[in-house]
Design a protein around this ligand. Structure first.
Ligand code: SAH
Length: 343
């Protein structure tokens, strides 16, 4: 059955016409799904019962079930574990910032990228999320918190550019004026660096922010942490980033997880400065979140500060990522991993 919440308004109009309905029903239904955040056809009270029944017979209507929620005692960050229609689990996070509320969503169940420090990839990739399942995470959190979401980051479990078509459709639906109408500038997509898809995305000319998980300033260092570095060299990545900037005018964010004794030395800071010095970019340093199954630790705070200073001295725009929800399995995939171990 077709997944009705993944259809664009135009597509929904065609479906309505095929069913012998008036096209204006499409807009009503679209708004029920994407603005009023209805969890079933039954809730769509101003639509004829016969139409609701026909739709329930002919379409899938996705909705998430909350399995767990953990709230940080430190900063109020809420981490949700949701079950999809087939029972598979994904994580999403709600964060409150001065500039508004932000939701971090997952794009896949599991991940096949194999980064050495990441919990999401431990069991491999189970499946990609549909556009509706990506939206549902935002919708469910909006309903549960009763708060408006103004920013979305695709930085949860999975590699979004490994689910490219669904990601693009998700972005289109999220931005639609008959839906939540979240502006592209309020959306960040993070990738481990799939060069062909980065270029493809650049050609779309969207105004979203692209974040690149770099984590190493040389190919050799990067390969120690990220298998994808064997496929694409840093030189190719940098060209793809420059291309993204050229096509969209959007500054790239580089994420750099600081791993004690691996990529946190002076020479690493120097190499990173050299690599980025001519680029209009921003660097986000993330002290690695230790994952039980992995043997990595955070650098000493002094090292983190020294690393940041070195970049700043070289004129690079850098921040240390505030660690939201440190006490609630904040790192990607940790909550899901723990739940799976219990089952
Ligand atoms: N697959 C995408 C998005 C998912 S993860 C990507 O690779 O960018 C979002 C960010 O968190 C990435 O930079 C990822 O490398 C980082 N990350 C994953 N596990 C982490 C951990 N244990 N500690 C710190 N950062 C981590």
């Amino acid at each position: 059955m077709r997944d009705i919440k993944s259809l664009t308004l135009e597509e929904l109009k065609n479906e309505m016409v095929k069913m012998g309905e008036k096209p204006f029903r499409a807009k009503q239904m679209y708004q029920w799904m994407h603005q009023k955040l209805a969890r079933s056809f039954a809730e769509m009270s101003n639509l004829p019962l016969s139409l609701r029944e026909k739709c329930a017979e002919n379409y899938d209507y996705t909705a998430l079930k909350q399995v767990r929620m953990q709230e940080s005692a430190i900063d109020g960050t809420k981490k949700y574990l949701f079950a999809l229609g087939d029972g598979k689990l994904v994580e999403s996070v709600f964060m409150r910032y001065k500039h508004g509320n932000s939701v971090c969503i997952s794009s896949q169940v599991g991940c096949r990228m194999g980064c050495a420090f990441c919990a999401s990839t431990i069991g491999g990739l189970e499946r990609c999320l549909t556009p509706s399942e990506m939206l549902d995470q935002i919708y469910a959190i909006t309903l549960l918190t009763k708060e408006r979401v103004s920013n979305v980051v695709v930085m949860g479990c999975g590699e979004p550019l490994d689910n490219y078509d669904n990601l693009l459709r998700f972005l289109e639906l999220l931005n639609d004026e008959n839906g939540l109408h979240i502006s592209q500038r309020s959306v960040t997509v993070s990738t481990c660096g799939l060069v062909p898809q980065m270029r493809q995305l650049a050609d779309k000319g969207l105004q979203i922010t692209l974040a690149l998980s770099l984590h190493g300033a040389t190919d050799e260092k990067r390969r120690r942490l990220m298998p994808i570095a064997n496929k694409y060299r840093i030189a190719e990545l940098m060209e793809a980033c420059a291309y993204y900037f050229e096509k969209t005018g959007r500054r790239i964010t580089f994420e750099y997880a600081l791993v004690g004794g691996v990529n946190d030395g002076d020479e690493d800071a120097m190499a990173l400065s050299t690599l980025l010095k001519d680029l209009n970019c921003h660097v986000n340093l993330i002290p690695v979140n230790p994952v039980k199954e992995r043997n990595f630790t955070q650098p000493q705070p002094l090292y983190i500060a020294a690393f940041k200073n070195k970049l700043e001295k070289n004129g690079i725009n850098v921040t240390i990522r505030r660690e939201m929800g440190r006490d609630i399995d904040g790192a990607c995939g940790q909550l899901r991993k723990r739940q799976l171990a219990l089952q």
